[in-house]
Design a protein around this ligand. Structure first.
Ligand SMILES: NC(=O)c1ccc[n+]([C@@H]2O[C@H](COP(=O)([O-])OP(=O)(O)OC[C@H]3O[C@@H](n4cnc5c(N)ncnc54)[C@H](OP(=O)(O)O)[C@@H]3O)[C@@H](O)[C@H]2O)c1
Length: 429
């Protein structure tokens, strides 16, 4: 069949219904170039594997974007996954999300715990509950994916505790959580491969230096995000040193490793909110030009690959922690202050001070609120008692009044009878 066709095409030329070969070649090479570009922009794939059965993983941001894919992959490999989310475990969305993940991964060990990363109190409540266990609970991995990215043009906001929101969620909450969990991490057996994964972003390169506090008038969402990621990186390196410096009671080496991971530019609800500036018009434009974001940005699945590599790659245990991972390999940091011990010390001390101050203020506020609440409850109770007493008095009064009126009625009735009977009595003459 093809031979006669080729012979006819050779002798008489191509039939009219066959498109121009040049056109076909151009279209084919365009599609090929598109496929190559797409593959290149999608980044490296993680091919590392590690048995995760029986391992316990705490993950923040596990309900959206890169974090959700990571949590799913870990659950699929058999890990016990604890999703730390600001939603209460009874929230219908969360219940459905957890059920769905259990069903699709065939792993029932997926749980949710409420931790609001915009509240130091909420972080402390969860972390102290976690470490308050003897013997210490098993902990193999802490993955801190949660972050907030305020759309460009938006105003600076503060958490109810008075800390700038981006700084709080992206940096201070992680500092606080790992600070309290530190004894639980250090208490793991020496042969347990414990990893702490902190996603960062190349935006840190453009951050102002950490000792330069951003004034309100100079504040922009981009600067705040970049600065929070730079702080996270400086802290991650310092935290690795803090873990390494710990002398175990059994004098065996510490096996906990901290890894910073840059997932690359990824299509997630967070990046979409940023690209669309959180507006309807932005969303319409995003949908119209979706082809560009599809081509130039990774999918959430591809964005999670470097995180998975940092979690699963065996060789990373040998080389030690405090490393930056990008495109499934260890890379150098682009800023020298990330490794600067003086910067790290200053940041650590300032963060400790800020947490102490805010926690004290909040504790006082809570104590005051509790007192006021108790007073309100006591006042309400007193008012209730007074009301009860008044109604009792009223009942007694009414009863007495009723009695008196009955008495006076019967008196008048008795008087009338008396009069009647006295008038009917014959007088002695
Ligand atoms: N996407 C990118 O292009 C990109 C690039 C470089 C680095 N990264 C980093 O990769 C990580 C994941 O990014 P993503 O784009 O996948 O994030 P995302 O889709 O925006 O998801 C952020 C997650 O953080 C949670 N979260 C926000 N505020 C919280 C709070 N107060 N308490 C508890 N949880 C809170 C969110 O929970 P709710 O959904 O319930 O609000 C959500 O699960 C982030 O650290 C980000 O900085 C992302």
């Amino acid at each position: 069949m093809p031979l006669p066709f080729i012979a006819a095409a050779f002798l008489e030329g191509l039939p009219a219904w066959v498109p121009d070969p040049w056109l076909m070649l151009k279209a084919g090479s365009s599609l090929g170039a598109l496929a190559v570009a797409k593959r290149y922009m999608s980044g490296a794939m993680c091919i590392a594997e590690r048995d995760m059965h029986g391992r316990v993983v705490l993950i923040t941001g596990g309900t959206s974007g890169i974090g959700a894919v990571t949590a799913f992959e870990l659950a699929q490999r058999g890990a016990q996954v604890v999703l730390l989310t600001h939603l209460p475990p009874s929230d219908p969305f969360l219940v459905e999300f957890v059920d769905d993940m259990r069903e699709r991964t065939g792993n029932d060990l997926v749980y949710a715990e409420q931790v609001d990363l915009s509240s130091l109190h909420s972080v402390r409540q969860f972390a102290t509950r976690w470490i308050d266990n003897a013997p210490p609970r098993r902990l193999d991995m802490v993955v801190l994916c949660a972050a907030t990215l305020t759309p460009p043009g938006s105003k600076r906001t503060e958490t109810p505790e008075g800390v700038e929101t981006t700084w709080m969620v992206n940096y201070l909450a992680n500092f606080h959580l790992l600070g309290i969990l530190s004894p639980a991490i250090r208490a793991q057996p020496f042969d347990r491969d414990v990893r702490i994964i902190l996603p960062t972003c190349s935006a840190y390169i453009s951050s102002p230096p950490l000792d330069l506090v951003i004034q309100d008038k100079d504040w922009t969402p981009g600067k705040a995000y970049a600065r929070s990621k730079l702080a996270l990186m400086v802290f991650a390196k310092a935290y690795q040193k803090h873990l390494d410096a710990y002398k175990r009671p059994d004098e065996l080496p510490m096996n906990a490793r901290v890894f910073l991971v840059d997932p690359g530019f990824t299509r997630t609800p967070g990046s979409r909110r940023w690209l669309t500036r959180g507006s309807l018009w932005g969303l319409i434009l995003y949908m119209v030009f979706y082809a560009f974001s599809w081509l130039l940005m990774k999918s959430a699945e591809m964005g999670a690959q470097s995180l998975l590599w940092a979690m699963l790659e065996e060789s990373l245990i040998r080389d030690g922690g405090g490393k930056l991972v990008k495109e499934c390999m260890v890379v150098d940091c682009a800023r020298r202050d990330v490794d600067d011990e003086a910067v790290a010390k200053k940041l650590w001390e300032a963060s400790d001070k800020l947490i102490e101050r805010v926690e004290k203020e909040e504790a006082l506020k809570r104590a005051k609120g509790k007192k006021e609440q108790e007073k309100r409850e006591e006042d309400a109770k007193n008012a209730e008692q007074v009301e009860e007493l008044e109604s009792l008095l009223n009942t007694i009064k009414n009863g007495q009044q009723a009695k008196e009126s009955q008495k006076s009625k019967s008196n008048t009735a008795g008087g009338g009878k008396k009069q009647k009977s006295s008038s009917s009595k014959p007088t002695a003459q």
